[in-house]
Design a binder for this molecule. Structure first.
Ligand SMILES: [Zn+2]
Length: 261
């Protein structure tokens, strides 16, 4: 069995997409739940179990709620990039998309220091996205779905590479609780069975493996849903698997490659 890690990741969208779409006030307030209730509860939960996580956020969110972002960072978590206003990057022309990434990078780095990772809003990218984030010196991406374990991703016409932490729609709180409104006991069973299958893959492989769970504070932050996450954390802790930030794993994976080369 090779190394196996758990990455609990949180996409801090807040009300960014609703603002971009000029949504009505109730829809905006649904996003604001992330800042008002979701993040404080998540930070308490992670502190209780001594877990460090990666939080992907938008440039607009960091501009609007700098204290929240600084608090997340201050608790030992990672801040990574997630667009400026939660754009559909696949719909943007090159110059406009570049502006989104550069602007977001500057806002986040001014507030929190060096940014190392990126996750695409809606998990949609253009043919330019990975090239742009590599040029910004990010070391990893977490947007693609072509594998279930991290791997080294080469980008045509760009020197060096990125670590890719693949995502899946089925390991995501939004699908479970918002799209399907599954009962909590069912979500816990689904996540535990997914985790068990990843552990099995890891036992049969010689690759570093990761269970990469995506959550949204405006979704998982509701009390009955957070209880499911806590039960999952207890299950993982009872099996003594290690939680970590993606930036740490990306550094380990990059170093392993350099050692081999
Ligand atoms: Zn998002």
């Amino acid at each position: 069995m090779s190394e196996f890690y758990i990455c609990l990741t949180f996409d801090v969208d807040a009300e960014s997409s609703q603002v971009r779409e000029n949504a009505e006030p109730v829809s905006i307030s649904k996003g604001q739940f992330a800042i008002n209730k979701g993040i404080p509860r998540i930070l308490s939960l992670l502190e209780k179990y001594d877990i460090q996580s990666s939080f992907f956020t938008c440039g607009w969110v960091a501009e609007t709620y700098p204290e929240t972002i600084k608090e997340i960072l201050g608790k030992g978590h990672e801040i990574a990039a997630h667009g400026y206003l939660h754009e559909h990057l696949d719909k943007l022309p090159l110059a406009e998309e570049k502006e989104v990434h550069l602007k977001t990078n500057k806002i986040l780095e001014d507030l929190t220091g060096k940014i190392k990772g990126f996750r695409a809003p809606y998990w949609k990218i253009s043919e330019n996205t990975l090239k742009i984030i590599k040029e910004l010196d990010y070391i990893y991406d977490s947007s693609l779905m072509d594998d279930d374990q991290p791997y080294i991703l080469s980008i045509p016409d760009v020197a060096g590479s990125l670590v890719e932490f693949p995502v899946q729609w089925y390991i995501d709180d939004w699908i479970m609780f918002e799209t399907h409104q599954y009962a909590p006991y069912l979500v816990l069973e689904i996540w535990k069975s997914q985790l068990d299958s990843y552990i099995k893959i890891n036992e049969e492989s010689n690759r570093l493996s990761v269970f990469n769970l995506t959550c949204h504070p405006s979704c998982i932050g509701h009390a009955y849903r957070l209880k499911v996450l806590e039960d999952l954390i207890s299950y993982i802790k009872s099996n003594e698997y290690e939680f970590t930030k993606m930036e740490n794993l990306a550094t380990i994976i990059m170093k392993n490659i350099e050692d081999i080369e």
